[in-house]
Ligand binder design. Structure first.
Ligand code: GSH
Length: 206
């Protein structure tokens, strides 16, 4: 059976959503937030971060986007991603990489500002720059969503749920919802999705 190491309100949200939408059972392991992780967890997550996925064969992987893409690939019947070779596949890969390499790190810079400068007095500036970067990146996604219901292809994919997760973390949520109306339109629909609404009861993302 799969094992997912996760925590409420974390990047485990998208991976848990993938499991629920695929109807695939998994062992849910809640990892408490601590600066002194145990050695066993560090062995599978060297940066002491969640989510972490252990596959049924015992192989372990970190990185939320990679976990989502692996689950989509292993459970094609759930249509969590366009299949390899499908026209929307390139868009799917592009936006999953964009979200995990541009948006997610900007979120981390805001919430873990102390890690991004050796100067204690720099935290406010790091946070301000993180918000500016989030706005710049969400503006890119917002533009692409103009006239589109979904981020890629013609149906909901795990990329939309990944976007919902990141958008929920915007530190100025009310302003962001106004500023990025296309992202908000997509996210508003997803907040009512029965599986995601239920998952949010434990994650409290919105
Ligand atoms: N690049 C990683 C980032 C994961 C990450 O930063 N997870 C956060 C929760 S959302 C975490 O575990 N933070 C604890 C820490 O960094 O100490 C991914 O996409 O999975």
């Amino acid at each position: 059976m799969y094992k997912l190491y996760t925590r409420p309100g974390s990047g485990g949200f998208a991976a848990e959503a993938a499991f629920l939408l695929a109807g695939e059972p998994f062992e849910h392991i809640d990892v408490a937030k601590t600066d002194k992780p145990d050695a066993a967890f560090l062995a599978i997550s060297p940066l002491n971060q969640v989510p972490v996925l252990t596959l049924p064969d015992g192989h372990t992987m970190t990185e939320s986007a990679a976990i989502c893409m692996a689950l989509a690939e292993r459970h094609p019947e759930a249509a969590l991603a366009p299949q390899a070779g499908a026209p929307a596949r390139a868009d799917f890969l592009r936006w999953m990489a964009f979200m995990s390499s541009a948006l997610y790190p900007a979120v981390l810079r805001f919430y873990y500002a102390h890690r991004y400068s050796a100067d204690d007095g720099a935290k406010a500036g790091v946070r301000k720059a993180a918000i500016a970067e989030l706005d710049r990146d969400f503006a890119v996604v917002d533009k692409v969503l103009a006239g589109r219901q979904w981020l890629v292809g013609e149906g909901m994919t795990i990329a939309d749920i990944y976007l919902l997760m990141l958008f929920s973390w915007h530190p100025e949520a009310d302003r962001a919802r106004q500023a990025f109306a296309n992202v908000e339109r997509l996210c508003a629909g997803l907040r009512d999705h029965p599986v995601l609404a239920k998952l949010n009861a434990s994650h409290e993302m919105w």
